[in-house]
Design a protein around this ligand. Structure first.
Ligand SMILES: O=C[C@H](O)COP(=O)(O)O
Length: 252
């Protein structure tokens, strides 16, 4: 039985004070959701220390939204995986489409970040997904396969066991357009098949999250699909009520 995960990517939103409030609200409401659901929050770097402390005993995991390609040194503005891990953070989101699109992250960049994440015991949440043009041209399977082959296929079998994948069609992120549950299932099953080509049966254990305008109204339908193991939530993770309601998509 694969883990069920609902992860909230706060992106560049909330001040540290607001973030603490949001976290406290989520923690207070978490009991309304089936204990089978694992919640993770990914606040901005500036909030991590405080939120890790608050998370103790709540069962809510904490992720960073990114990490540096290098271990340490003269890289102004960067934050290393070691710095993040030393706070008690367990996960790191890597390869989010916003990082790929606005900061030019390539597979080469992401291979280095993966290496740093694993060297510091952080479990990566590796994001893949096609843009609208690629989807309309019917290239989504090829795009996603490439994003997996160029990065995930470099992992050792042991590293692979810790990996979480998030499929996020770029055309659905923050747009209000959601992939249908059928579209999500189709590509999640495809991702699992590609992973199995390299890692065999271990791919049956890989948690594959859906991301892109996932909200209380569509979560249950998406999560009901066989290969959709939860969600990576953006906008709706900024309201505790909505985030928790998405978690309830698993409760029935
Ligand atoms: O990381 C989260 C995704 O980019 C989804 O964002 P969204 O729920 O606002 O569409």
């Amino acid at each position: 039985m694969r883990k069920k995960i609902v992860a909230g990517n706060w992106k560049m939103n909330t001040t540290p004070v607001e973030g603490v409030e949001l976290f406290k609200e989520v923690a207070a409401k978490k009991g309304e959701v089936c204990s089978c659901v694992n919640f993770i929050v990914a606040p901005p770097y500036t909030h991590l220390s405080e939120i890790v402390k608050l998370s103790r005993g709540t069962g809510i995991g904490v992720a960073a939204q990114d990490c540096a390609t290098e271990a340490k040194g003269a890289y102004t503005g960067e934050v290393s995986a070691q710095m993040i891990a030393s706070l008690g953070v367990e996960y790191v989101i890597l390869g989010h489409s916003e990082r790929r699109q606005y900061y030019g992250e390539t597979s080469a960049t992401l291979n280095k970040k993966m290496e740093q994440a694993y060297a510091n015991n952080l479990a990566p949440i590796y994001c893949v997904g096609e843009n609208l043009e690629e989807r309309e041209a019917g290239k989504h399977f090829d795009v996603v396969r490439k994003q997996i082959e160029e990065v995930v296929f470099n992992l050792t079998p042991d590293q692979f066991k810790k990996l979480i994948i998030a499929y996020e069609p770029v055309w659905a992120i923050g747009t209000g357009k959601t992939a249908s549950a059928e579209q999500a299932q189709e590509i999640h099953a495809f991702i699992r098949k590609v992973l199995a080509e390299k890692f065999g049966d271990a791919a049956n254990e890989t948690v594959i999250l859906y991301g892109g305008s996932c909200k209380p109204g569509n979560a249950a339908e998406l999560f009901a699909k066989a290969d959709v193991d939860g969600g990576l939530i953006g906008g709706a993770a900024l309201k505790a009520e909505d985030f928790i309601a998405i978690g309830k998509g698993f409760s029935k």
